[in-house]
Design a binder for this molecule. Structure first.
Ligand code: KG4
Ligand code: ZN
Length: 359
């Protein structure tokens, strides 16, 4: 099935952002394409979860129920479109907090049924993985460093639904480590942006922290030892003054940067033979990709390996509806739509195939 232009509504509810967006994918022939974001509304539930220092799944699910309908109406309004202008509805079907995924997927199914529109059940990670095609029109294949609250992976993106994993975390995800370190340093929630902010004022050289797996073969990550080292360091310092917190945050962020750069350069070497010689690209995606210090470090590493670094704008790295609408449009363009009995999935690895009902 080939269509020149596809317009999709995208719904994202897998964690603590309730989001809806309308995105258009133009097929320009000979494999060329272009994406337009017609609207992109995100309601961040930060204030609901902040008193608990982390995301509370039941509160998240309830907040999605309360806000989603209004956000969808606003997304259509901002795009100046009606239901009749849509070609399909895309929603995150996993992985994520199951209550939230159910809210988004059921809403999408309801609309699809009532409006007689095709449903695309999107893997949230595929949303992150394909965002660089929406923002930078990146052609397949490319290397992807996916760093979010729940995932740290290096993958070769060979096509829509075609992912080859080179490495993954053996324990915590990098975003999770940022969030936990922020908690230890009492920097508040959400942790990543808070650590980045105070690290800017800190001296990364004051404290020595470990770099787990650095220099070892392969592309796996490990962050739990680093996290424990930060805990021990913070405890040993007793009452933390502002300067000490900033110095610990800076040392932690520097250790993460060193580890990511080391693992990514291994992956760039491993993937190089399967990458086009003049267009080797390293794409960074997921919430942690919005960290400017990490971006700068990866820029240097990528150019040393002969790769171009591509990072979508920060607001499209953290969870949003446009990435889901776009992944939905990419799948739809290939004829990949899903039946209305498609189930939500708490776990759904990206390299497990394209079917939403696969084990
Ligand atoms: O992709 P995302 O919005 O949600 C998931 O799918 O997990 O990523 C959220 C994660 C959180 O752990 C958050 O602390 C982290 O991304 N994050 C950051 C920054 N902004 C968000 N980590 C480091 N520096 C940042 N500026
Ligand atoms: Zn995400």
């Amino acid at each position: 099935m080939t269509r020149r232009t596809l317009t999709l509504l995208g719904i994202e509810t897998s964690c603590d952002e309730t989001a809806a967006a309308v995105v258009r994918r133009h097929d320009e022939g000979d494999g060329a394409f272009r994406g337009d974001i017609l609207s992109n509304v995100v309601f961040s539930q930060i204030r609901e979860h902040a008193p608990y220092g982390g995301v509370v799944p039941e509160i998240a699910a309830r907040a999605h129920v309360e806000h989603l309908d209004g956000l969808i109406a606003r997304a259509l309004d901002d795009a100046k479109l009606g239901w009749e202008d849509l070609d399909g509805i895309a929603a995150t079907a996993g992985p994520g907090l199951i209550g939230g995924v159910i809210v988004g997927l059921m809403t999408a199914k309801g609309i699809a049924f009532a409006r007689n529109l095709p449903l695309v059940a999107v893997n949230h990670l595929e949303g992150h993985a394909l965002t660089a095609r929406l923002t930078n029109r990146v052609a397949f294949p490319y290397l992807l460093l996916l760093v979010s609250g729940g995932h740290s992976q290096l993958l070769v993106v060979e096509g829509v639904g075609a992912y080859r994993r080179l490495g993954t975390t053996v324990d915590d995800a990098v975003g999770e480590a940022f969030d936990k370190v922020a908690k230890m340093l009492r920097l508040g929630f959400p942790g990543g942006p808070a650590v980045e902010k105070v690290a800017r004022e800190g001296d990364a050289a004051r404290f020595a922290l470990p770099r787990p797996l650095m220099g070892r073969p392969g592309c796996d990550f490990s962050f739990s030892g680093l996290k424990t080292a930060v805990r021990q360091l913070a405890e040993a310092q007793g009452d933390l003054d502002g300067r000490t917190r900033a110095d610990i945050a800076a040392a932690f962020q520097q250790a993460v940067a060193d580890v990511l750069a080391d693992r990514a350069s291994h992956a760039m070497r491993m993937a190089a033979p399967s990458m086009p010689l003049k267009a080797r690209r390293l794409v960074v995606a997921g919430g942690v990709a919005s960290n400017l210090a990490l971006r700068e470090r990866l820029e240097t590493t990528a150019s040393a390996e002969g790769y171009e670094l591509v990072v979508p704008p920060a607001r499209l790295c953290t969870d949003n509806g446009a990435m889901i609408a776009w992944a939905g449009a990419e799948r739809f363009a290939l004829g990949l739509t899903d039946p209305l009995d498609t189930g939500p999935r708490a776990r759904w690895p990206l390299d497990a195939g394209t079917r939403t009902d696969a084990a």
